[in-house]
Ligand binder design. Structure first.
Ligand code: COA
Length: 182
């Protein structure tokens, strides 16, 4: 197995401006809690109502994570944290070859193409720890996220009908997955 900690990497957005994807550090705890709280309050993108953790708990989680099981990445542009992705691999013998992830950007950093590098960096981690299959769940109404996943080779595997009630409307949940090539 290669080193699971991926070195920070610079990517370029659609306008050619650089952005940077790196491993999270404990000091990121407060901003990552702000991110999940904010995106949760938007209601239409993620299932979580909010972060569910305090900033201190998030910092501790980052500090104590096992880098062979959990990957927490941060994307930065112009010195500001733009978003984050968390990927967790299966820990049982039967699902060690799989991982699932969730990701989100702050509203002002969306639609620039930052999600692509963030997910590519997470896939590099997944390959490094020997994961073969990466999956995610997405609201059927989240067309931008679905387009990003499709563009990176994720395919629909299943649909849970009316799995969520979002702002008074029942919404299907799609499961998507990608087999990583070596
Ligand atoms: C989903 C998210 C991570 C995508 O990252 P991003 O950097 O903003 O995505 P991009 O700007 O590269 O857009 C992805 C694709 O969607 C397309 N797209 C944008 N808006 C779209 C829409 N309304 N319908 C369909 N496609 C859309 C873009 O053209 C792009 O496709 P392309 O690469 O072929 O040009 C980000 O927008 C986000 O954080 N959203 C809120 C939280 C969220 O939804 N998280 C995912 C939960 S599963």
């Amino acid at each position: 197995m290669s080193d699971p900690i991926q070195p920070p990497k610079t990517y370029h957005d659609r306008q050619g401006n650089p952005y940077w994807v790196r491993d999270a550090i404990p000091d990121d705890g407060p901003i990552l809690v702000d991110l999940l709280t904010q995106v949760g309050l938007e209601e239409i993108y993620i299932a979580d109502d909010g972060a569910g953790l305090t900033a201190e708990q998030e910092s501790r989680l980052i500090e104590q994570r096992n880098p062979e099981v959990q990957c927490i990445l941060v994307v930065e542009q112009k010195g500001q944290v733009a978003g984050s992705l968390e990927m967790i691999r299966g820990v049982m013998t039967k699902n060690r070859h799989t991982a699932i992830f969730g990701m989100a950007l702050f509203p002002e950093f969306r639609s620039r193409g930052l999600g692509r590098g963030l997910l590519q960096q997470a896939e590099a981690w997944a390959k490094a720890v020997g994961v073969l299959k990466v999956s995610l769940a997405v609201f059927a109404t989240n067309h931008q996220a679905r387009a990003l996943y499709r563009a990176l080779g994720y395919q629909e595997e299943g649909r849970r009908q009316a799995q969520y009630l979002i702002q008074g409307v029942y919404v299907d949940e799609l499961w998507m997955a990608k087999w990583l090539s070596s």
